[in-house]
Design a protein around this ligand. Sequence first.
Ligand SMILES: Cc1c2[nH]c(c1CCC(=O)O)Cc1[nH]c(c(CCC(=O)O)c1C)Cc1[nH]c(c(CCC(=O)O)c1C)Cc1[nH]c(c(C)c1CCC(=O)O)C2
Length: 381
Amino acid sequence: MSETAQISTPYPAHLDADFPPLKNDLILRVARGEDVERIPVWIMRQAGRYLPEFREERSKHDFFTICRTPELACLVTLQPIDRYEGLLDASIIFSDILVVPQALGLEVQMLPAKGPHFPEPLVDPSHLARLKKDVNVDAELRYVFEAITLTRQKLDGRVPLFGFVGAPWTLMAYMIEGGGSKTLSKAKAWLGQWPEESKELLQRVTDVVVDFLVGQAKAGAQLLQVFDSWAGELSPAQFNEFSLPYIQQIPTRVRAALREIDPTLAKIPMVVFARGAHYALESLSTPEIGYDIISLDWTMDPVASRKRVGDNVSLQGNADPSLLYAPKETIKKEVAVMLEKFGTKRRYIANLGHGMHPDHDPEHLRAFLEAIRDVSSERNS
Ligand SMILES: Cc1c2[nH]c(c1CCC(=O)O)Cc1[nH]c(c(CCC(=O)O)c1C)Cc1[nH]c(c(CCC(=O)O)c1C)Cc1[nH]c(c(C)c1CCC(=O)O)C2
């Protein structure tokens, strides 16, 4: 058998029984709406450059080499879990949302200090022909699945493991802008100039994203998060036309595919984070769409958000990441206010409203995590 034929054999499905038993299921209980004795917490970008042990690994390897090497991805995923032993209630597989554009055939580099860079972004709809058709996700992104299976083993049941993807609109925006952008003017120009071709692109990205999430759940991911980091650049009408229809396909399609493999897999909790899309809270939280958890950025008021979504979804977030620059006493005070507003018994997962910054002090993150544990255990006792 040739090497390529071997690589494209489907990645096998892993069920709970294939892994060490879970010792901390707080976050899964919150996703199901059950009461908890304290509030679970994890942090977006909890593995990353604010950690000296990550920078050490990163000095030896290119960013995407770490993503593509299961042992390295596993190692850096576990770094915050080891450092903050007992203080984090979930891990998230080390990878990037931009592995999906790579699977579609685009080159993506990670430039030091500049972030992601596409040497040849999509300039106009004629470039859609450059994207691979019928992407074999099992072959192209198998390295993520292997990293997930290995990490779930190595976690030894300490905490559950998140898989994740970028939402179709955010991925489309990167594929057109070719990297970070203040205005997203190129990507937004597509929506006005070429709405039908934009929708074709969004649908093609959605199809890969769905297969990718199914693969991550089969590989052992215990929760799945969809990052629409650039949702907030859209007007409500644009969001309803170019983001929501794709985001809302994801849970139903992922669960239908998982049900075919094993009904227990289809119960996987799913989170949506549409950063900046305050107007979309009601539409994202309807039971028909099927997200269990809505992640809020720090511009959203917890009490008002809870009123708007009702009691049937869990909320996640939403401290301003800049809070971690404040003195530890201030961090503790602000955490108490945040927990007071969200409540500490059910349907809430503590997190930041976006990711860690490279210049955050790891000891200030520790103060944040300890405050979540102390304040919520005290309030619930
Ligand atoms: C938009 C986005 C990207 N990637 C991601 C998003 C969505 C979340 C968000 O809005 O922040 C998601 C992501 N990227 C990374 C993770 C790892 C898991 C974790 O959260 O710990 C996750 C979940 C690692 C990473 N992804 C990146 C780094 C740092 C790069 C490096 O080590 O050189 C890490 C640890 C690079 C990256 N990757 C991306 C950008 C814009 C950047 C540059 C900005 C930055 O440097 O922080 C694209």
